[in-house]
Structure formats: structure tokens, C-alpha cells
Design a protein around this ligand. Structure first.
Ligand SMILES: Cc1ncc(COP(=O)(O)O)c(C=O)c1O
Length: 389
């Protein structure tokens, strides 16, 4: 049967007729760039996550840059983050002339280890901000980490690129620190192709980020054209960036937002199936679970000792069986730029390095058919079968 041999991609966006219609409407409206649709997306997103302010941006990377800039991070400052992340979580600090201080992840999950963070903040007094990454959608130990950061006067930017729409009892992940940043990149839990959202409860931070998001204009472009005052009149208050999200993409985002809970339910169901199917295997270990897990990633840990081969070979065998997979993350401290800049070795952050060597990410996306999920399960069981069986 054709469906059983088709390649199962690692990720696939779920775009329906609603998104297509919404984009067409914008294209026919005569207003393509940031305008009323982006504004509506911001207010719908803000109420969805329970934040007073949301600013739509063209990527999470832009959002992280705006966040650190608004917090006053600059030349000579230090910013802490985990090496177990995507490079832009750290690179944005370098854009501002600040230096990164990495902090290892915990034994139990893929997130920053609170005890190591406490030690780092006690040692390095100049750390101005922490970029707190909820890896794969598994929420960090936020209350504990916020308490540590507050004690050391360190601002917290939540990198919630993977964590939408994860909800802890204390609030939506991404709304718990000073600023939170979400990603709508093509593989993320909701997507606009490229895009992101920044949230904060602080009016001063919102104002600064809104100003810097669009050239430092003292009036947003849509306002210039839609208000009664002369449209040519605008001032420049800062040397700002060009980080706005156009209406064409915001239209996709508004439709995706309506489906966010449904998408999460499906990812949870896929994760539940994988967890039960792999529970008794020695050769692989499923990721830790959490009631508020957003299940952006399902990270499988390969036990090379019991299997006789490692993660890389596992990825190859999955591919031979028509299953896409990926690796999250190649830790930053073994990437050339970061390793050379700070003189880092794999063993500098042993937990991040060890997890990287064993971990791969399986397909988990809305729209995966039951047959596709079963193909993944069968492939993993087959590859993990004891030698000689
Ligand atoms: C943890 C994390 N933070 C930030 C980003 C950057 O997101 P964007 O591509 O929207 O800039 C990514 C991208 O994959 C990511 O994985």
C-alpha cells in the first residue's frame, strides 16, 4: 500500500483552507505589510497567553534581540544561557556587544540546571540577563529559576520558541519572566512560515521594543496611512531595526492560533503512543514527561551500549526505513564560533555534550496519520530489537 512506504517527514506544517483564505483576503485588501491584521493577531495572542502586551515580529531571533536591547544589555555586559539550544538564543547578546556565559543542563531533562545557574550567577556578578530556553516544549523549573535570578538582579527572557502553548499553574510559559519570545518558524507548534511574538507585562519594555521593532519610528507605518493626520509625517527617535511581521503572515498566524489547542492535543496523543510503545525498551529511552509539555520535540535517547551502535547509525537506519528525524541540539559549546570565542571543549558542559551524543528527535506533528505514527513506532522497535533476535 502506497501510504505505508511514503517517507514520513520529521516535520510538516499544518496549513488548511482557513489560512489560504485569510492570506488571499490580505493580498486583495491592498495592504500587505504590518497593519490591522498584525494588530489583531497581537491582541488575540496576548489574550490567549494571558499577557497584557504582545508584539508581532518577523522571527523569534528578532524578538530575542529586541528583548535584550530593551533590558539594556550592551557592550561589556554578560548574558547567561544554556549551550543546549539554537545559536540565536545566544547570538543576539553578541549583536549587542555583550558576552555569553553558558550554564550546563540538568541531569533529568534538557533545560538549564538551577543549581549550576546559582553557582554561575554567584561567580559572575556582571550577568545582566538570562535567556531561559524551554527545550522541546518541556517547561523549565521556572519558579525556582526566577527566584535565583531575582536574588542576583538578573533579568529573565524566556525563549519559548518551542513551548507554545504550554501552561503551568502559575501561567502560560513565556509570560512568567520579564519578557517572553515565541517562534512561528515553519517547524514550530504554530507557524507563519517565519515569524514570532514577544510578550511582556511591563509597559516600558513594550514601548522600547515597539520603537526598536520598526526603524525607531515614533509612529507605526499603518498608523501613518490610516490616521487622519498627514501620512508623510513621522519622526525617528532611535536607530531601530526592521523586525515587523507583515499582515500576510499575521493572517496565517491568526488562523493557526485558533487551532493551537487542537494541535497540542494531537502532539500529546502521538507522544503518549511513543511513550507506551517504547516503555520496555533497553536500547532507547523516552524523554521525561511533564503535564505542561508542549511536545514540540519527542527526544529519544539511544543507549549505544545495549544497542551496539550509536545515535548517528540510528538516524541512518530510520532514514532507510523511510522515517525522517533530526537532532536537537548540537550544543553551542562545540560549535566553532562559540568554542573558539570562549575556549570551550566538549567536556566544558558534560551533561549537554553527553545528551547530544545520544539524542535524536522523532516526527511529532499535527496531521500525522495513525499509520504514519505506527510506521515510526515499528521502525524504532525494529531498530531497537535485541541483537540476534
Ligand atoms: C530554542 C530556539 N530559540 C530561538 C529560535 C529562533 O527562532 P526563529 O527561527 O523564529 O528566529 C529557535 C529556532 O529554531 C530555537 O529552536
Amino acid at each position: 500500500m502506497k501510504a505505508s512506504t511514503d517517507f514520513v517527514p520529521f516535520a510538516l506544517p499544518s496549513i488548511g483552507k482557513e489560512e489560504e483564505d485569510a492570506v488571499l483576503e490580505v493580498m486583495r485588501s491592498g495592504w500587505l505589510t504590518t497593519g490591522k491584521v498584525a494588530l489583531a493577531f497581537e491582541s488575540e495572542f496576548a489574550s490567549f497567553v494571558g499577557s497584557p502586551f504582545a508584539l508581532a515580529v518577523n522571527s523569534a531571533t528578532s524578538g530575542l534581540h529586541l528583548a535584550l536591547e530593551a533590558l539594556g544589555v550592551g557592550q561589556g555586559d554578560l548574558v547567561a544561557t544554556s549551550p543546549y539550544t539554537f545559536t540565536s538564543s545566544a547570538a543576539v547578546a553578541r549583536h549587542l556587544g555583550a558576552e555569553i556565559r553558558f550554564c550546563d543542563i540538568s541531569e533529568d531533562d534538557y533545560n538549564i540546571d538551577p543549581e549550576s545557574l546559582e553557582a554561575l550567577l554567584s561567580r559572575e556578578k556582571r550577568i545582566k540577563a538570562l535567556v531561559l530556553v524551554h527545550v522541546g516544549g518541556f517547561p523549565c523549573r521556572v519558579a525556582e529559576i526566577l527566584a535565583i535570578a531575582r536574588r542576583h538582579a538578573c533579568a529573565v527572557v524566556e525563549d519559548a520558541a518551542h513551548a507554545f502553548p504550554s501552561r503551568l499553574p502559575e501561567g502560560t510559559v513565556g509570560t512568567l519572566g520579564d519578557i517572553g519570545v515565541y517562534s512561528f518558524y515553519a517547524t514550530k507548534t504554530i507557524t507563519t512560515g517565519e515569524g514570532g511574538m514577544v510578550v511582556t507585562a511591563d509597559e516600558g519594555l513594550r514601548k522600547r521594543m515597539a520603537l526598536m521593532r520598526l526603524h525607531g519610528f515614533d509612529r507605526e507605518a499603518w498608523d501613518r496611512y490610516t490616521s487622519k493626520e498627514a501620512s508623510w509625517l513621522y519622526g525617528v527617535a532611535e536607530a531601530g531595526y526592521k523586525y515587523n511581521l507583515p499582515d500576510i503572515l499575521a493572517a496565517i498566524g491568526r488562523e493557526q492560533l485558533k487551532k493551537a489547542r487542537l494541535f497540542l492535543c494531537e502532539r500529546k496523543a502521538i507522544a503518549a503512543r511513543y511513550l507506551s510503545a517504547f516503555a520496555s525498551l533497553d536500547a532507547v529511552q523516552s524523554p521525561p514527561t511533564h503535564p505542561a509539555h508542549a511536545w514540540h520535540l519527542f527526544s529519544l535517547r539511544v543507549n549505544a551500549e545495549s544497542l551496539g551502535f550509536g545515535r548517528d547509525e540510528f538516524v541512518v537506519r530510520l532514514k532507510e526505513k523511510g522515517i525522517g528525524s533530526s537532532v536537537h541540539f548540537i550544543p553551542l559549546h562545540i560549535m566553532r564560533y562559540w568554542a573558539e570565542r570562549y575556549g570551550l571543549k566538549p567536556e566544558s558542559f558534560p551533561r549537554a555534550f553527553e545528551k547530544f551524543t545520544r539524542t535524536l528527535s522523532l516526527p511529532i506533528w499535527h496531521g500525522m496519520s495513525k499509520a504514519q505514527v505506527e510506521r515510526v513506532v515499528e521502525a524504532v522497535l525494529d531498530i531497537s530489537a535485541p541483537r540476534g533476535s
